[in-house]
Design a protein around this ligand. Structure first.
Ligand code: B12
Length: 149
């Protein structure tokens, strides 16, 4: 498939308060199967560290995963911090998992995450929708962080 030809780099990260790891293991395997190079930062990643790793690895996509119920708050803090960096302003960033504690989509909170800078929000961890997003992204020209378009 198209994605396997692109060999683009994905930075995968848990949120600052989230100690769950199997979600990250699963996503690393899933993304690798799509033909993507994955750098897995693991769980409990503070915003400043995420910014440093983005500069270091110059990914084509950042995937934020949260399942502990603090995803809306932690995810918002992460994207606000990332988008405050001029060179990371256009970097594609998505978030997904179990973002709240009630187990339901919350349109307002999803809208807030999108307005703050996420390119996509997969609140219920919808992997089919995520796969479609990856396919669309692979069709776009690659413009990694720190390199001119
Ligand atoms: C195992 C587990 C733990 C283990 C984690 C061990 C480890 N090394 O990871 C331990 C015991 C440590 C733990 C702790 C806690 N847990 Co826990 N845990 C679970 C449990 C039982 C399974 C999680 C798991 O590993 N699933 C397997 C992985 C592969 O699946 P997943 O995590 O669901 O991820 C999938 C999707 O969400 C999706 N996805 C995830 N991220 C993303 C991102 C994108 C972009 C996309 C597209 C998809 C996606 O893809 C994955 C594969 O399908 C779940 C309940 C459950 N049955 O899901 C609760 C659960 C996640 N835990 C929960 C809670 C509340 C906690 C604690 C806060 C409990 C506490 N009071 O201390 C702490 C968290 C502490 C912290 N600081 O984060 C809640 C979260 C509530 C919510 N979000 O609504 C759950 C849902 C249990 C519940 N029903 O209440 N937990």
């Amino acid at each position: 498939m198209a994605l396997s030809q692109s060999a683009r780099k994905v930075l995968l990260t848990g949120t600052v308060s989230d100690s769950h790891t199997w979600n990250l293991v699963f996503l690393e395997l899933f993304l690798t199967e799509q033909g993507l190079d994955v750098v897995n930062l693991g769980p409990c990643v503070p915003e400043d560290l995420l910014v440093r790793r983005c500069r270091e690895h110059t990914p084509d996509l950042v995937v934020v995963s949260s399942v502990n119920g603090h995803g809306y708050a932690d995810g918002l803090a992460a994207i606000v911090r990332l988008r405050a960096e001029p060179e990371l302003a256009d970097l594609p960033v998505v978030i997904g998992g179990k973002l709240g504690v009630d187990g339901r989509d919350d349109a307002d909170r999803v809208a807030r995450l999108r307005a703050a800078g996420y390119d996509a929000v997969f609140d219920d961890g919808d992997l089919l929708a995520f796969e479609r997003f990856l396919t669309d992204l692979a069709a776009e020209p690659s413009t990694p962080v720190g390199r001119p378009a």
